[in-house]
Design a protein around this ligand. Structure first.
Ligand code: IPM
Ligand code: MG
Length: 356
């Protein structure tokens, strides 16, 4: 089969990690007789510098016309002082919105070989963890009305959180289906003791649970969930939550694995169309030094093959290769420990290609 992929290398370590992902896909293509064609487009700081705007129309158009999108990372100190609507991060929100990518899947998995990196006591965590955070991605306070106005104490800034029943239902459906395919446990996280939008969220998820009688649903306030994640993370299987709570809790979940450089993500819309990117940011401090861990981006390619192209065997081939290379003791600087072998970004990519 032939697949047309749009690649946004982005900023910082983005170009380095996407280069390794491309290498891995080419190897998969060779082994399983697929052709991956890559079209490179700009977004974020890279687009600000080269096109004068963070998300050029051509980028959106080309992504829309592709079969799937690969993204490295956007942002960096160079662009930090731009106004909010011109920042590289705005490109990320813009692309999520214009491609209709409302569902963000963020797995937090501890690889056995890296279990020592987990900051939680062994007696609590054992040597494994496997949580899937399902974050709503195109609604809530990220996209609500915002601005400045004259308030009770003079000039004030405001942002608004709102959720429609439709938005809650469609992310709920993804969450319930994800739970059905896993351990049938779903924790819905909200702040229903305070927020009206959360009360609607809880009501809709509760209604939907009747259609999924096998799924055990719990509702939890976000403050409690943040605490439970470090107190006893193993109680969670699938978590579903709003855009902002999901942003925060997915970072927390990722840190429990001890290696944010390992975690992939999928942002999905209708018809399995998706954008695939590592959870980590652009890490400007190590950019261009052949130090970045490409595994998160490489594992994002496995998610792409699985969720968008339905190529389970190929997806597993990537995941197994990553496990094998870790078992052989190879580590990038972010995950290196005593007795393991330190390699750079490119060598890590080569080792995974070889293992495939
Ligand atoms: C993420 C990031 C983004 C977000 C930023 C860069 C806009 O933190 O993908 O989690 O908040 O969604
Ligand atoms: Mg985040």
């Amino acid at each position: 089969m032939e697949f047309n992929l749009a690649v946004i290398k982005g900023d910082g370590i983005g170009p380095e990690v996407t280069a390794e992902a491309v290498k891995v896909l080419n190897k998969i293509g060779e082994k399983y007789s697929h052709t991956f064609k890559f079209a490179y487009v700009r977004a974020g700081g890279d687009a600000i510098d080269n096109c004068g705007e963070c998300l050029p129309k051509e980028t959106v158009q080309l992504c829309k016309n592709s079969d799937s999108v690969i993204l490295g990372a956007v942002g960096g100190p160079k662009w930090d002082n731009l106004p909010g609507d011109q920042r590289p991060e705005k490109a990320l929100l813009g692309i999520r919105e214009s491609l209709g990518l409302y569902a963000n899947l963020r797995p937090a998995i501890i690889h056995k070989a890296l279990s020592d990196a987990c900051p939680i006591k062994k007696e609590i965590i054992g040597d494994s963890l496997d949580i899937m955070v399902v974050r709503e991605l195109t609604g809530g306070i990220y996209f609500g009305e915002r601005g400045y106005r004259e308030g009770k104490y003079g000039n004030e800034a405001y942002d608004t959180e709102s959720y429609s029943e439709m938005e809650i239902r469609r992310i709920g459906k993804i969450a319930f289906e994800t739970a059905m395919a896993r351990n049938k446990k779903l924790a819905s996280i909200d702040k229903a003791n305070v927020l009206e939008s959360s009360r609607l969220w809880r009501k809709i998820i509760t209604e939907m649970s009747k259609d999924y009688p096998e799924v055990e649903v719990t509702h939890m306030y976000v403050d409690n969930a943040a605490m439970q994640l470090v107190r006893n993370p193993k109680q969670f299987d699938v978590i579903v939550t709003s855009n902002m709570f999901g942003d925060i809790l997915s970072d927390e979940a990722s840190q429990i694995t001890g290696s944010i450089g390992m975690l992939p993500s999928a942002s999905l819309g209708e018809n399995s169309f998706g954008m695939y990117e590592p959870i980590h940011g652009s890490a400007p401090d190590i950019a261009g030094k052949n130090m970045a861990n490409p595994i998160a981006t490489i594992l994002s390619m496995a998610m792409m093959l699985r969720y968008t192209f339905n190529l389970e065997e190929e997806a597993s081939a990537i995941e197994n290769a990553v496990t094998k290379v870790l078992d052989m003791g190879y580590r990038t600087p972010d995950i290196v420990s005593e007795g393991t072998k330190e390699v750079g970004t490119r060598q890590m990519g080569d080792l995974i290609v070889e293992a495939i």
